[in-house]
Ligand binder design. Structure first.
Ligand SMILES: *[C@@H]1O[C@H](CO)[C@@H](O)[C@H](O)[C@H]1NC(C)=O
Ligand SMILES: *[C@@H]1O[C@H](CO)[C@@H](O)[C@H](O)[C@H]1NC(C)=O
Ligand SMILES: *[C@@H]1O[C@H](CO)[C@@H](O)[C@H](O)[C@H]1NC(C)=O
Ligand SMILES: *[C@@H]1O[C@H](CO)[C@@H](O)[C@H](O)[C@H]1NC(C)=O
Ligand SMILES: *[C@@H]1O[C@H](CO)[C@@H](O)[C@H](O)[C@H]1NC(C)=O
Ligand SMILES: *[C@@H]1O[C@H](CO)[C@@H](O)[C@H](O)[C@H]1NC(C)=O
Length: 448
């Protein structure tokens, strides 16, 4: 009998503990972390806003902010929109402290130790705060032993210079580091610091875009774990030899857009010279590439997405030069001088599904050759800049097309009739901009 009582008491005890556990869970964040967040508030005044979503970022518009973010306090910091907690433990795992209005602030210095209490932290965004560096002896190195789950650090749009890199290189759990637009980064011309980051041997994504670091390539050789490297608008110019990236054997994405690159070198034209076997996404838009670029890309057979928009491509492009890119799914050629896509040999771009030809002096009658691309689903062409008539009826054979976007200059004759829809039996979305339709020039969109 006694043992039965004992069992019951124990059962109640267990239940009590369970209920207590739940109560704790409902209360959300711990006292310690709430105090730590309140210490951050003077520097990040929006930290306790409760409405809004963490998806807001530097590019969000005024309306995005106004509509979703209002100040309202809640004792449960896990309900704050800039804070994300682990739902089981109530511990803070993500802090979204990006500030789009940070540019109106004076540069200031951060005390990184303020983040020490968040020992389960996985993601920290400090984007757009115009932070100039860390206080003496309060740099990111302070976090290296305690915050061993920190994987994502977004420092984009701040005012950090090279001196911060030593301390960041000690955050060994980092997988994603965004250093976009930290303008004084290399005013000093001593970019050796970047090399130090190669100590981060879990690092998969490194974004150095919008920094003037034209001499960076030789410092990147040891970043062997990288999967995504962003060097957009870094003032690279002339020849950027792709073999420079050969040691980055895991690289899947490489963004070299908006530089002044003329060529990717030729040293790899021989067989097996280029080792970027995993490269799937290559961004080359906004450079000085000419038609010869296609032959140099032949050594990247696993490429799925190629962006050559806003370059110096001219005249007819022979699709046979693209044939070695058998896995290509997306080809972006906007704003070039392409007049025609010709195929002198059988096309092998069986997986090509997105083709963007906007702002090229193409004649619509020359697009029928695309009918040979069995998987083409999205096609965009035309221009609101170039005066060129477009006759949709001339585009035939694109029976699998699901989306067609055509832009027409308002001064030209671009006709469209409902009957032409019959040419595209799989069409789901049609954007016609500047077309004459039923005697009115209008933006016309049809989803069926
Ligand atoms: C930085 O923050 C830590 C932790 O809150 C604090 O102990 C330290 O005094 C601060 N240092 C400075 C220079 O403000
Ligand atoms: C870089 O930033 C640190 C503060 O973090 C500052 O002391 C140093 O003077 C800066 N260096 C340059 C070259 O601007
Ligand atoms: C930066 O380095 C380049 C050579 O790498 C040199 O020509 C240039 O003068 C340096 N600029 C400054 C501001 O030190
Ligand atoms: C930087 O580039 C990475 C991809 O390499 C991307 O995920 C990230 O969004 C970029 N950051 C900004 C601020 O654009
Ligand atoms: C095309 O895509 C399919 C499925 O996504 C894939 O299995 C195939 O290897 C790709 N390449 C070619 C040349 O078909
Ligand atoms: C559009 O092209 C079709 C097929 O080539 C032709 O029959 C038709 O007359 C053209 N329409 C105009 C307005 O030029």
């Amino acid at each position: 009998m006694e043992s039965k009582w004992l069992e019951l008491v124990m059962l109640l005890h267990v239940l009590g503990v369970l209920m207590l556990g739940t109560a704790e869970l409902c209360e959300g964040c711990s006292e310690e972390e709430r105090v730590a967040l309140s210490r951050l508030k003077p520097f990040f005044p929006f930290i306790d806003y409760t409405t809004g979503h963490p998806g807001l970022n530097y590019y969000s518009t005024e309306e995005d902010y106004d509509s979703v973010e209002e100040k309202e306090s809640s004792l449960d910091c896990c309900k704050w929109s800039r804070v994300e907690c682990n739902p089981n433990t109530g511990r803070v795992i993500k802090l979204f402290l990006h500030d789009r209005n940070g540019f109106f602030r004076d540069p200031w210095f951060l005390n990184a130790s303020l983040f020490l209490p968040f020992q389960e932290l996985q993601c920290l965004s400090l984007s757009g705060n115009l932070i100039a560096g860390c206080l003496a002896n309060q740099g990111f190195e302070k976090l290296s032993s305690k915050l061993d789950k920190l994987e994502t650090l977004d420092l984009s749009y701040n005012y950090f210079n090279d001196s911060i890199l030593t301390s960041i290189s000690q955050l060994s759990s980092l997988k994603f580091l965004d250093f976009t637009a930290n303008f004084p980064l290399t005013k000093s011309n001593t970019t050796n610091g970047i090399k130090m980051l190669s100590k981060l041997n879990n690092l998969e994504t490194l974004n150095l875009s919008n920094n003037p670091i034209s001499n960076i390539l030789s410092q990147l050789h040891d970043f062997t774990s990288l999967k995504s490297l962003n060097l957009r608008n870094c003032r690279l110019k002339g020849i950027v030899d792709l073999t420079e990236f050969n040691t980055l054997m895991n690289l899947k994405e490489l963004y070299l857009d908006f530089n002044a690159i003329e060529s990717l070198g030729s040293s790899f034209q021989g067989k097996g010279q280029l080792k970027l076997n995993k490269l799937e996404v290559l961004g080359l838009s906004g450079n000085h590439f000419t038609n010869s670029i296609f032959s140099s890309l032949a050594a990247l057979p696993n490429l799925k997405s190629l962006n050559l928009g806003f370059n110096k491509l001219k005249g007819p492009i022979d699709m046979k030069d693209l044939n070695s890119l058998i896995n290509l799914e997306e080809l972006i050629l906007w704003s070039n001088g392409v007049t025609e896509l010709v195929h002198s040999q059988e096309l092998r771009l069986m997986n090509l599904s997105v083709l963007d030809l906007i702002d090229n002096p193409l004649d619509s009658s020359k697009l029928s050759s695309l009918g040979k691309l069995p998987n083409l689903k999205i096609l965009s062409f035309g221009s609101t800049e170039l005066k060129r008539s477009i006759n949709i009826t001339e585009i035939v054979g694109l029976s699998n097309l699901e989306q067609l976007d055509v832009y027409c200059h308002s001064d030209t004759d671009c006709s469209f009739s409902l009957q032409s829809l019959g040419l595209f039996p799989s069409l789901k979305t049609l954007y016609l901009i500047g077309f004459t339709f039923d005697e009115t020039t209008s933006y016309y969109q049809n989803s069926k």
